[in-house]
Design a protein around this ligand. Sequence first.
Ligand SMILES: Nc1ncnc2c1ncn2[C@@H]1O[C@H](COP(=O)(O)OP(=O)(O)O)[C@@H](O)[C@H]1O
Ligand SMILES: [Mg+2]
Length: 238
Amino acid sequence: MSLLKCENVESGYGKLPILHGVNLRVAEGEMIALLGANGAGKSTLMKTIAGILPLMKGSMVFDGRDITLLKNHALAKMGLGYVPQENNVFADLTVAENLEMGAFTIKNAKQAIEAIFERFPKLKERYKQKAGTLSGGERQLLAVGSALLLKPRLLILDEPTSGLSPQATESMIETISRIRDDGTAVIWVVEESPKEVLAHVDRVYLLESGLVKKEGTGREFLEDEEEFETLFLGHNVG
Ligand SMILES: Nc1ncnc2c1ncn2[C@@H]1O[C@H](COP(=O)(O)OP(=O)(O)O)[C@@H](O)[C@H]1O
Ligand SMILES: [Mg+2]
């Protein structure tokens, strides 16, 4: 059974549809990469799944339950974690305060935050520092750490390595792979360095103009070098 199943998803902004019938599945514990050029609709799809944008048509099922009408907070409680592409931390709050905000609805908030600090010692070192003054990599780590507080079964990461140095990118790829190894399913939106990421994922969806243009295993995408280059012509192939 799929953990997440999206069927014929249409959504967009105002009355303007951006997604024109997207089908996507994620199995329990599976790691998916979502590729596509800038403007293809990747973030729109993630916002729709996370309950930030309403569905225009189609259906979504998560963990056996129809989530078509559910909003972000209800979905987070159900175990659907979402790290947006932008503004994913509170820049004016410290690392500790960011995590406290994330743990706001949890009973054992203190314990949950301590577990995140244990998992990411870099965050503990910086606990008093304002999030806005962190490096790009540390900020992404904080965003991911905040999402992990609720122990999601599916974690959506919208371009978690965007704008990071090669070293920070590598470290983030390792962090995400470990989250998957611990049993959390992941949807990983990738625009930069797709090749490095594809080696780590189970399956790949390529989005183009609001539709799934191609889907396959990470290996299938990597093997077809020529097509891969064409797909990412003009983009950083990595
Ligand atoms: N808040 C918004 N209001 C109106 N149009 C938007 C908004 N956000 C994105 N779009 C449009 O939706 C399309 C898809 O954007 P997006 O999902 O962000 O693409 P991607 O994440 O693949 O780069 C683009 O044409 C973009 O201009
Ligand atoms: Mg985007």
